[in-house]
Write a protein that binds this ligand. Structure first.
Ligand code: SF4
Length: 726
């Protein structure tokens, strides 16, 4: 099928379809003055799990008169330790957001061709989805449906689609975020870094952050660990074109030329090997490929690396030698969002190799392997439909489907329907026009969300979900240094005036419509209770305590412990057999990236501690903390260009794309002269997001040049350059 770009119009949902006064009337902070004397006393405190980002801290919801008025960190939860991050405390702003979706919507086309949304009952909306997918299945087109998801609530839809036979699944968190890191560590150590990351930062004595702006990138426990390390005197090295908050805590700030990080990492590998500073005993016992590695980085001299990166020979040598000196107590942080320049797997490989040479694997202050889950079981047996078709990525070492590959294949007509849970793809994937072109080529788009995010405007069916503070999800059985199981439960019932449902109910309605096994979705409380019984607990007990934690005595390796790694050779692979077999370099090599066109500055982007990209920018509480982003620009560069501090400008990128809104300039010495920096997630273009609409500018909108990693499809988004217009 060819792309039909005129058929699917973006629709604004009229204000009548959004929650307005019904919600505003319930906003508790309007009734409670924020001073200590007037602070209410809770009728009850409900332990549950945060979802303002995907870290999933334990949160205590303080409830009075049926309203949540405060959120605090659960004391016993290993991810919160009694604290929430600034975003997590603002979850009330999502619960009582006056712009929430209120009822299911169906796109209708009038006789004159006018498209509009009409309110629908759940029965109508579910029947339409069920019928459409039954028709596609009957036509052998179930393999043309893709399920996109982000967030823990999607687990019920995984189960639903596996039973129905829809097996194509894409997460933007793979190719747009952590995927290259996970593949690279898998190739090297045989397992991914994981989320929450298996890093013993709290006990590190020497921590290299390369593009990792911990503290601004706010994952609660990671930042707690970072604070602990700083307060204990851990030496921090911050490699970043921008003087980040982490750089302000650092012994050295290395203002690297953007896109050259891999060159610097190779130089440090070379120093460790050539100066015999690596952990000989560990490498001999556990690694293969040292000689190939030695030969593969021979050209990465400090002098050559200075010419590429702009980092002085003295700094390169000093950090390389310090890494060797601190050895297993040093850690090179693997980062989290790593889809930068298209060489992301090899850059992450270089980080993995450095850590291997340091011998910090399962050592205090190093990498830790978090395998031992709490182990909650299930008495239920859910079956998958046999014989379904899994889309096979064109990238040879991709273990998941890269989201941008789905966009490409959709434009070619190879996918015809997307079912999107909780991810605003229009503001997530880079190259917005491409994403919209793909969406317009779809026959059928279903979107589940809490808010009228941009992608809902393109949907055929919009299903409103309740927030994490109003619903159960499945049990969270993970490990962060200690295995734990945690409960997400409703702090309050779904708000009155909304016709929204929790994900498990939506999935169940679809299962019923498709006449799937009725046992697929038992009543949620019964289901959770029966699962908890497998570990000697119950829903009643967990609804009071929120979390159960075990100890893991094996978090560090013991002297003389024999290690085996899940790689083809059973060893840590300094030269990767999988990469070589697929025709790539076994040892990371550096190739240069495009330079700034004359008059343009490289656009780099990152996060603010108050927001989770575009997901929270409509949150009035968090908006009070940060209501718009600013463009950081070097003061000298700005003055040369005639730009003034705090003035608002449009951005225009190297392909002529102009931003939809203006952004305020922040003139600063804290960034290299050849780059500018934005916090991403702002610049919403949908007026239904009444708070966020046109506040700040969208970094995603400026990202039209995607550099795709040939190994696994990571979609590099930092190869774009901007200039300015008033
Ligand atoms: Fe919530 Fe913050 Fe934890 Fe994320 S890091 S789950 S926003 S408290």
């Amino acid at each position: 099928m060819t792309a039909n770009t005129s058929r699917r119009e973006f629709l604004q949902i009229s204000s009548g379809f959004l929650a307005t006064s019904a919600i505003v009337g319930q906003v508790p902070f309007l009734g409670y003055a924020p001073n200590a004397e007037a602070a209410p006393v809770a009728d009850k405190i409900v332990p549950t799990t945060c979802e303002l980002c995907f870290w999933r801290c334990g949160v205590d919801a303080h409830v009075k008169d049926g309203k949540v008025f405060k959120l605090t960190g659960q004391m016993d939860h290993p991810l919160s330790n009694g604290h929430l991050c600034p975003r997590g405390t603002g979850g009330i702003g999502l619960l009582y957001d006056p712009d929430r979706l209120r009822t299911p919507l169906i796109r209708k086309t009038d006789a004159d061709g006018t498209q509009k949304f009409v309110e629908a009952s759940w029965e109508e909306a579910i029947a339409l989805i069920a019928k459409k997918y039954e028709e596609m299945t009957a036509a052998n087109e179930a393999d043309k449906i893709v399920f996109f998801s982000h967030g823990f609530g999607s687990s019920f839809f995984n189960r639903l689609f596996a039973a129905y036979g829809i097996l194509n699944h894409a997460h933007p968190s793979y190719a747009q975020c952590r995927g290259a890191r996970e593949e690279a560590f898998g190739m090297t150590f045989g397992h991914a870094v994981g989320s929450p990351e298996g890093l013993d930062i709290a006990n590190s004595e020497y921590l290299v952050l390369i593009g990792s702006h911990l503290g601004e990138n706010m994952h609660n426990t990671a930042v707690q660990d970072f604070s602990e390390a700083v307060s204990r005197g851990c030496k921090i090295i911050a490699v970043d074109p921008r003087f980040s908050v982490a750089a302000s805590k650092a012994e050295r700030w290395l203002p690297i030329k953007a896109s050259t990080d891999l060159a610097l990492l190779r130089a440090w590998i070379r120093i460790l090997i050539e100066e015999e500073l690596y952990d000989h005993e560990f490498v001999k016992a556990n690694c293969i490929g040292l000689e190939e590695l030695r030969a593969g980085v021979r050209d990465a001299t400090p002098e050559a690396t200075f010419a590429i990166t702009g980092i002085s020979v003295e700094d390169i040598l000093a950090v390389g030698r310090d890494l060797g000196r601190y050895g297993s107590k040093a850690l090179v942080h693997p980062g989290r969002h790593v889809s930068w320049y298209g060489d992301d797997t090899q850059r992450s490989r270089a980080i993995a190799i450095l850590n291997a040479l340091l011998g910090n694997y399962r050592m205090p202050g190093g990498l830790i392997h978090q395998t031992k889950k709490f182990g909650v079981g299930t008495p239920y047996k859910f079956t998958k439909k046999e014989g379904g078709h899994h889309y096979k990525s064109r990238f040879p070492l991709a273990s998941q489907t890269p989201a941008n590959e789905v966009v490409d294949e959709t434009k070619k007509g190879n996918f015809k329907s997307w079912f999107v849970y909780g991810t605003n793809l229009v503001q997530t994937l880079g190259h917005v026009d491409d994403t919209i072109e793909a969406i317009k080529a779809l026959d059928f788009l279903v979107v589940i969300d809490v808010l009228p995010m941009e992608i809902t405007g393109y949907a055929d069916v919009v299903l409103p979900e309740v927030t994490y503070l109003e619903r159960y999800d499945d049990l969270d059985d993970r490990v962060y240094r200690r295995p734990y199981v945690a409960l997400r439960q409703p702090a309050v019932p779904p708000l009155k005036g909304l016709n929204a449902k929790p994900g498990h109910e939506i999935a169940k309605l679809l299962a019923q419509a498709w006449k799937l096994d009725p046992g697929l979705f038992p009543p949620i409380e019964e289901y959770l209770d029966n699962r908890l019984k497998t570990v000697g607990s119950s829903l009643k007990q967990m609804s009071q305590v929120g979390v159960m934690v075990k100890e893991d005595p094996d978090i560090y390796r013991k002297p003389g412990e024999q290690l085996r790694f899940n790689t083809p050779t059973g060893k840590i692979e300094l030269s990767s057999t999988r990469l070589k077999a697929a025709g790539f370099d076994g040892v990371p090599q550096y190739t240069s990236h495009p330079e700034n066109p004359p008059g343009y500055l490289r656009l780099i982007y990152g996060r603010a501690p108050n927001h989770t990209f575009g997901r929270t920018s409509n949150n009035r509480f968090l908006g009070e903390l940060l209501s718009e982003n600013e463009l950081w620009i070097n003061r000298i560069t700005a003055l040369d260009l005639g730009l003034v501090d705090q003035e608002y400008v449009f951005l225009i990128n190297q392909e002529g794309k102009k931003s939809s809104s203006k952004v305020r300039l922040k003139l600063t010495e804290r960034i290299r002269p050849d780059a500018v920096y934005l916090v991403h997630g702002f610049g919403h273009t949908d007026p239904r997001l009444k708070w966020a609409f046109h506040r700040g500018v969208s970094a995603n909108e400026m990202i039209t040049q995607l550099t795709v990693d040939p190994i696994m499809g990571s979609t590099g988004m930092k190869n774009n350059f901007v200039t300015f217009a008033r």
